[in-house]
Design a protein. Structure first.
Length: 187
């Protein structure tokens, strides 16, 4: 069943849509949650909560990409769970990945001037400007919290190439953030 049919079932409030959605994307969503939380039971709870959130959000929401919408939902829940669980339960991958991105913003010296910036738009534009392979690496590392080793294995490239590409992408993001901060500072 394709995504538009699943969304149509959700609009009809047909509970079978959740089963179909879970069958189609459950393993992916569970994997996203597991990589962030580092715990199977927390990941399963995030998946369950995500299904409830999707049920409550659709309708009125009508996502263009159900897979991405579902991943974002479970990712946000997993990040909240991680925050709730405090630093004791953080996985090394998610902790390091989040610290790498936090460093980009703080290094740009732009925290104060970026309060009114729409980061989702900024990141979306930034990702659009990356090449396909760099975008895949960036998303795998900072959205799905994959390790460098996992990314290299998945993309069939060396770990050093992944590290270099991620370093260049972070520097490019830092430049983008700095430019946006400077623009906001002038306004």
């Amino acid at each position: 069943m394709d995504d538009s049919q699943i969304i149509a079932l959700l609009f009809k409030r047909d509970e079978s849509a959740l089963g179909i959605l879970c069958e189609k994307y459950g393993n992916l969503l569970l994997g996203v949650a597991r990589k962030i939380t580092g715990d199977d039971s927390d990941a399963e709870e995030c998946l369950s909560d995500a299904m409830l959130n999707l049920w409550n959000a659709i309708p009125p929401a009508r996502p263009e990409n159900l897979r991405a919408y579902s991943c974002r939902t479970v990712r946000n829940l997993a990040l909240k769970r991680l925050e709730y669980s405090l630093a004791k339960k953080r996985t090394v991958n998610s902790n390091v990945a989040l610290e790498e991105l936090e460093a980009v913003i703080s290094d740009a010296g732009a925290e104060e001037r970026l309060r009114d910036v729409d980061f989702s738009l900024l990141i979306s534009d930034f990702l659009d400007g990356l090449g396909e392979e760099s975008r895949a690496m960036f998303m795998k590392r900072y959205f799905f919290m994959d390790s460098v080793k996992e990314i290299a294995r998945d993309l069939k490239i060396s770990e050093s190439k992944v590290k270099s590409a991620l370093h260049r992408a972070r520097n490019r993001l830092k430049k983008t953030v700095y430019e946006e901060a400077a623009k906001n500072y002038k306004e």
